[in-house]
Design a protein around this ligand. Structure first.
Ligand SMILES: Cc1ncc(COP(=O)(O)O)c(C=O)c1O
Length: 432
């Protein structure tokens, strides 16, 4: 009998996928494996790492916090690291978002927002407003509610019975426009379907959830800002709450602190996670307007939001988040982001000329290449071939099927990012 449990890895098939690589240590953009490899983490370890692995400032902040207070129940109690984070986030978040509710990760931040939206209308004695609208190609996490608002995919296929019904409307996937138009001449007609739905069922709809400007796991699909602006306007018109899932886009990923800032849009609820702790600790936060929270502040105890997780508001995670935001204040983070964006732009424009490339997409620190494939989608056979090629060449990239994307930590040096693109170019030339 083996002396240890075997780790069941996520998104990994024990029969088909290579054995996981053992990472001994990491520093900056590099992972160092037990078998002596040095690998560039060009996807920030599932989009969480901002200022480099083992960033000493964040590490030290956690160590100091651990000596003082590791965790305390945050129902009936609070603590200094959480209070400090509330002040820091206030500086960066859209002004109208005045409350923050802690959870554990991106999925739970989404679950919280959805439940808040539904209970909000119940608390206002409008119990008929319970339905939820979500976008085609959306991804919001793997828990049951987050999976329900995510679009159908290989991730959700076995769980149809567990997914609740939502209204699914077009997203602005311009490369494969859902209404057959061209971006150069369109007027965001893809939102007409949402307007029709809200016109007909607005009285029953509680919220619309979107990944603002960038749909991540659905294929790194970049939306025009007008799409988000129109969705906001329609939500306001039909008295429906807008939930912005900024779990991926938050903390500088799109070039501004939040994607909503780029479009000058203020959602009613905003979910953040991933980058909030700089990639060190797990934490989710759902921000809300005063208007939403005030429906829960009531003489009626049944108006309470009865939701919470054991590790909610964890002090070590708060300390990491505070250190992360301090780095945004002290260091030239947005200059680094601008440099990454510039290099993405240069390199993608060359890749766009290759016949194997269908479309290139970019927003801020995210650069993506959609490759031409007759089996386009997450299960494209290209995925494993490319993944293996990249790793052999010392680069961690996890293509979403036939979509290769680069989403590096902000500390990546220009020559390191160019190297990542050199490897991508070689992979396309060799494998396609
Ligand atoms: C937009 C978005 N929402 C939610 C999630 C879920 O976050 P987590 O994996 O931390 O539960 C993700 C994860 O990739 C995401 O990209």
């Amino acid at each position: 009998m083996s002396s240890a449990l075997r780790i069941w890895h996520p998104f990994t098939n024990g029969a088909l996928d290579p054995a996981p690589l053992l990472v001994r240590k990491a520093e900056g953009v590099y992972l160092y494996t037990a078998d002596g490899r040095k690998i560039v983490d060009a996807i920030s370890s599932w989009w969480v790492n901002l200022h480099g692995h083992a960033n000493p400032r964040i590490g030290e902040a956690i160590a100091q916090q651990a000596k003082k207070l590791e965790h305390v129940i945050v129902a009936g109690f609070s603590h200094e690291a959480a209070e400090e984070l509330a002040v820091r986030l206030r500086k960066w978040a859209p002004r109208e978002l005045t409350y923050m509710f802690f959870s554990d990760d991106g999925s739970t931040a989404v679950e919280v927002a959805l439940k808040m939206a539904v209970q909000y209308f119940q608390n206002l004695s409008r119990p008929g407003k319970t339905e939820i609208v979500a976008l085609a190609h959306g991804y919001h996490g793997d828990t049951a509610g987050a999976m329900s608002v995510s679009d159908e995919s290989p991730f959700t296929a076995p769980f149809q019975s567990m997914r609740y019904n939502v209204h699914r409307v077009h997203s602005a996937y311009c490369y494969r426009c859902p209404v057959g138009l061209k971006r150069e001449s369109c007027h965001i007609e893809c939102t007409n379907q949402l307007e029709e739905l809200l016109k007909q069922r607005g009285e029953h709809i509680a919220c619309v959830i979107v990944e603002p400007l960038l749909q991540g796991a659905g294929g790194m699909i970049v939306h025009p800002v007008e799409f988000l602006q129109r969705v906001r306007a329609l939500c306001t018109k039909y008295d429906v709450l807008l939930i912005a899932d900024e779990v991926l886009t938050g903390f500088g990923r799109t070039g501004k602190m939040f994607a909503c800032d780029l479009a000058n849009v203020v959602p009613d609820l905003m979910c953040v996670s991933k980058g909030i702790t700089g990639g060190f600790m797990t934490m989710g936060v759902t921000l809300s307007t005063d208007r939403v929270e005030s429906a829960f502040r009531s003489e009626n105890r049944m108006h309470t939001f009865y939701h919470g997780h054991s590790y909610t508001g964890n002090a070590l995670a708060c300390a990491a988040a505070n250190a992360n935001l301090q780095i945004f204040e002290d260091e030239a983070v947005f200059d680094r982001i601008a440099t990454i964006a510039r290099i993405h732009g240069e390199r993608l424009s060359h890749l766009a000329e290759m016949h194997q490339v269908g479309e290139v997409r970019q927003i801020g620190t995210m650069g993506a290449v959609e490759l031409v494939a007759n089996d386009a989608g997450y299960l494209s056979a290209l995925r494993s071939k490319l993944y293996g090629f990249f790793l052999q060449h010392g680069v961690l990239l996890r293509p979403l099927g036939n979509v290769v994307y680069v989403l590096p930590p902000y500390v990546i040096e220009p020559e390191e990012l160019h190297h990542v693109y050199d490897v991508i170019t070689e992979a396309i030339e060799t494998l396609l």
